[in-house]
Design a protein around this ligand. Structure first.
Ligand code: F3S
Length: 418
């Protein structure tokens, strides 16, 4: 078989490669698989190669970064803890910079969140074990705001909103990995060279148009509807109207919640569009016009007509420093009359203590390390809530909460008494 040299491999690696299953391996990858680099590396290599084979990957691709989701004890339970213990016993170490998603509570304000003591201990164990393997405790779902990524970089991320952001806005390359697979990929520093790592799979498959007055609708709702209708593949969004990062984050997170899509090509935004422009034939693409009825139909799945809620939530995905400042600017000369709860990254809180203190002095709760979906908001006295994130609306509705989806501005206006 003819092997095309790709970035990340030296010629000497390639000349000494062999096939395992149907995946072409370099000499160093062979050593990993043969156990010459330790038991944990061998296990991880076996799994990544097997999955690569099942997905039809021609070879593996070196990755430069990893991000692991699904680390809340609420999600992974005892079996997840055992899995991490097994990796530590095998002396596993991440080979690339690896960060982790939000966990079940704020590591400093867990008392205020009324966290169950047993849960507290178990969650800390999960985090400690991941740190032992080499993870940096970012505990945020917006690694794209904390790390410097560049166009074309191969990475392995397993948080859907982050995957969509990395692929669609930065032009980095990752598939939507499951949490355990991202762990194995981080241990060997490689992922199967398949899916969105390949140029040919990053071309648009369907052209999507939103209603002309789509701007009046929330980006979260449009993203949720898009995912719900298109489901998979690479959609190309014509006349994409949102430009604020906060809107784009809400849009992409919602796409991730209602579909298996990992890349959305946003007109005038996505860098891949410039690179592949000559290969894109818009007229030959299947076209989907999303209607207002479809948008209302998807709203009805995740949003109720609630007249009263226990709290208003913002921060899915985690609020950036800029978003936090915008919220503060909106509220700074107003009284906050409703319970308002914000989620952001620990780094943002530490770098902007002034703003956080001022927000908290208004009675607003600001948490890091966790989020409204992976923490237990029921223990915080919430059953009915308003939020601006369709992703969180989807997951919290599934958890039995009563949810109303509103715009961020609407939420801030109501919370501050109109
Ligand atoms: Fe992040 Fe939690 Fe939403 S992990 S994207 S804030 S569900």
């Amino acid at each position: 078989m003819f092997f095309v040299q790709r970035p990340g491999y030296r010629a000497s690696d390639i000349s000494q490669s062999r096939f395992y299953d149907n995946v072409f391996l370099t000499k160093i990858e062979e050593k990993m698989l043969n156990g010459e680099m330790g038991e944990a590396v061998q296990l991880a290599a076996r799994i990544v190669v097997k999955i690569g084979d099942a997905l039809g990957a021609e070879r593996l691709v070196p990755i430069e970064d990893a991000h692991i989701s699904g680390i809340s004890f609420k999600n992974i339970g005892e079996s997840g803890l055992d899995f991490l213990k097994m990796l530590i016993e095998k002396e596993a170490k991440f080979a690339v910079p690896t960060t982790i998603n939000p966990a079940g509570f704020d590591l400093k304000k867990w008392g205020k969140m009324n966290v169950d003591k047993k849960f507290l201990d178990k969650q800390r164990e999960v985090i400690d074990r991941l740190i032992k393997i080499g993870a940096k405790p970012l505990l945020s779902c917006t690694p794209y705001e904390a790390k410097r990524l560049s166009y074309g970089q191969h990475i392995a991320w397993s948080e859907s909103n982050a995957v969509l952001y990395a692929n669609s806005i930065i032009g980095a390359r990752t598939n939507r990995e499951g949490g355990p697979l991202a762990i194995f990929e981080a241990i060997i520093g490689r992922a199967p060279y398949t899916g969105l790592h390949l140029d040919e799979n990053r071309l648009p498959e369907v052209l999507v148009r939103f209603p002309k007055d789509g701007k009046a609708l929330s980006p979260a709702l449009l993203g949720y509807t898009l995912g719900f209708i298109v489901k998979k593949g690479v959609p190309y969004i014509e006349d994409f109207i949102f430009r604020k990062m906060s809107e784009i984050k809400l849009f992409l997170a919602a796409v991730g919640a209602s579909s298996s899509i990992g890349l959305v090509l946003l007109e005038d935004v996505s860098p891949d569009l410039k690179r592949f422009w000559k290969r894109i034939k818009k007229t030959e693409l299947e076209k989907i016009e999303i209607t207002e009825d479809e948008i209302e139909d998807s709203r009805s799945k995740i949003s109720k007509n609630l007249t009263k809620v226990d709290a208003f939530f913002l921060g899915c995905p985690h609020l950036s420093a800029r978003e936090l400042k915008e919220i503060y600017n909106f509220l700074h000369n107003k009284k906050v009359k409703e319970r308002l709860i914000l989620f952001t990254a620990r780094r943002v809180i530490e770098e902007h203590t002034n703003i956080v203190n001022r927000l908290e002095s208004k009675g607003i709760e600001v948490y890091a390390d966790t989020c409204m979906v992976v923490s237990d908001i029921g223990r915080m006295g919430v059953r009915r809530l308003a939020l601006d994130s369709a992703k969180a609306a989807y997951y919290l509705t599934a958890q039995g909460y009563e949810v109303v989806l509103l715009d961020r501005e609407e939420i801030l206006k109501i919370a501050s008494g109109g």
